[in-house]
Design a protein. Structure first.
Length: 158
């Protein structure tokens, strides 16, 4: 007796060993079909990029407008005036937010640009660690998720 069932498309789909990987009755993505987990991850990454970009712009404005918002640090290898860091965050944040909006509209350029800008954001947040350590670590984790979601997404080919 076979444990395979035939789906409406005529393809066999085994239910054995899938209890932890997908809900009962949901078939696995076939060759050329995008994985629903990754597709949902791209949508979530786009929303995170949009929010991350807006927050980075606000973070940059706070650094440019009033240098008293962030703590003063001593000697730091990557020391840059807070106004300089503010402008870096404003420009990078605007690019990240625009790319997140492009991902939401499924623009063809947005996926590679998203990987690039999330990587730059990751580096910028790492270099900004002494000024806002907890916030920088949170933003770095978000950037890592965005890079993973955009890099692992595969377009459907039929």
């Amino acid at each position: 007796m076979s444990h395979e069932s035939t789906q409406p498309g005529g393809r066999p789909d085994s239910e054995i060993g899938t209890a932890w990987s997908r809900p009962k009755g949901q078939r696995a993505a076939g060759p050329g079909e995008p994985d629903p987990w990754v597709s949902g991850g791209v949508l979530f990454a786009a929303i995170l990029m949009l929010c991350n970009g807006v927050l980075a712009v606000l973070q940059g404005i706070a650094a440019v407008a009033d240098d008293d918002v962030y703590a003063r640090i001593g000697s730091y290898v990557y020391e840059l005036d807070l106004t300089g860091w503010g402008w870096i965050h404003i420009i990078l944040g605007a690019l990240v937010a625009a790319t997140g909006a492009g991902l939401l509209k499924a623009a063809p350029w947005a996926r590679l640009a998203g990987i690039l800008f999330a990587s730059l954001s990751l580096v910028a947040q790492f270099l900004f660690l002494p000024y806002a350590p907890v916030w920088a670590v949170i933003m770095m984790a978000i950037d890592v998720f965005v890079i993973w979601a955009l890099a692992s997404h595969q377009e459907a080919t039929v």
